[in-house]
Write a protein that binds this ligand. Structure first.
Ligand code: ADP
Ligand code: MG
Length: 316
């Protein structure tokens, strides 16, 4: 088993009566990508800010790479790279000058920073742009420069707070390739862990472990495939038109718990064991009405389906 790099127990952060983080436990090993998944206000950023020692918890313990974040914050921080949700670059400085700035405030000597910066720029694919001003980079390149800056001190724990929110799909894909490369790099033989927060379910499925956050709590934590199995044989995909009418018909069925739009189709969540019965009945009902059915079949559950299921319950 790989070494544990992050251990948090009973972590809480209350802002007066707002329970931003409410009893979170984390146990993350070297080589793991941990996805903190949840909607706006779930508590993802507050969790990360406590892990990096930027704010003090109301209660709880945090250990990062063997250091107690509350008592040995400088040592803990020396092991952490943090790309905050609204990070900013110096637009007037070049790519290399930006990295130098981050390297120097993190205490890298003049002998260390340049070779390390060039190595990391090559890793993120920005070496050709090292003399370009940051203000002249595309959105995706800025994101990579942010990542490079967070990596310049060779952290063992990388915290990425919604790095891909609002970024185009190609850039998101590129960014994920880098994150995956980072944890699988043989060069970092000690092993790096990444905690990445995201509101996107397709990204959650790339993580080794996913923690679903809601109202300050991790309401479910598991591997993506174990999470999906919770709804095995209970998700039907319905294609046809008009979708609104199909949704109404489906909702009339007692065995259908939930209907959600998935692009140009619907996902129906049915009660356990009811999928074949629902398929047979709905086909007839839809044909009898003024609606058209193109296909109706059982599909493998997506993390989005799981997320919808989990967020329906009140976990207070
Ligand atoms: N400094 C603060 N003062 C008061 N409330 C805060 C503060 N920071 C965060 N919150 C509240 O804590 C909750 C969790 O916020 P946050 O951690 O930013 O969630 P997320 O990153 O998942 O969107 C929200 O209700 C937010 O308004
Ligand atoms: Mg946030």
């Amino acid at each position: 088993m790989n070494e544990t790099l992050v251990q948090a127990n009973g972590l809480k952060k209350y802002f007066d009566d707002v329970h931003a983080v409410d009893d979170v436990n984390l146990n993350i090993r070297a080589g793991e990508i941990y996805g903190l998944v949840g909607s706006d206000g779930a508590g993802k950023t507050t969790t990360m800010r406590m892990l990096v020692g930027a704010i003090l918890p109301t209660a709880g313990e945090i250990n990062v790479c063997g250091y107690d974040v509350l008592k040995q914050v400088e040592s803990a921080r020396s092991q952490i790279g943090y790309l905050s949700q609204r990070f900013s670059l110096y637009e007037d400085l070049t790519v290399l000058e930006n990295i130098r700035f981050f390297a120097e405030i993190r205490g890298l000597s003049s002998a260390e920073w340049l070779p390390r910066s060039l190595e990391i720029l090559e890793f993120v694919g920005l070496e050709k742009f090292k003399d370009r001003r940051a203000g002249q980079l595309s959105g995706g390149m800025k994101q990579k420069l942010g990542l490079a800056s967070a990596l310049v001190t060779r952290p063992r724990l990388l915290l990425l707070d919604e790095p891909t929110t609002g970024v185009d799909p190609v850039t998101r894909q590129d960014f994920w390739q880098l994150v995956i490369k980072l944890v699988s790099q043989p060069a970092t033989s000690e092993g790096v862990s990444v905690i990445i927060s995201t509101p996107y379910m397709d990204e959650a499925s790339r993580c080794h472990l996913v923690g679903f956050m809601k109202a300050g709590k991790i309401i479910a934590e598991d591997t993506p495939s174990n999470l999906r199995q919770r709804l095995n044989d209970r998700i039907l995909e319905l294609r046809g038109e008009p979708l609104r009418e199909l949704k109404n018909i489906a909702l009339q069925s007692e065995e259908v718990e939930e209907v959600s739009p998935f692009g140009d189709k619907l996902h129906l969540r049915v009660k356990a064991g009811a999928s074949q019965q629902v398929i047979a009945r709905l086909q007839k009902q839809i044909e009898a009405r003024n609606a058209k059915i193109n296909s109706l079949r059982v599909v493998p559950p997506s993390l989005e389906d799981i997320f919808i299921l989990l967020t329906e319950f009140n976990h207070e």
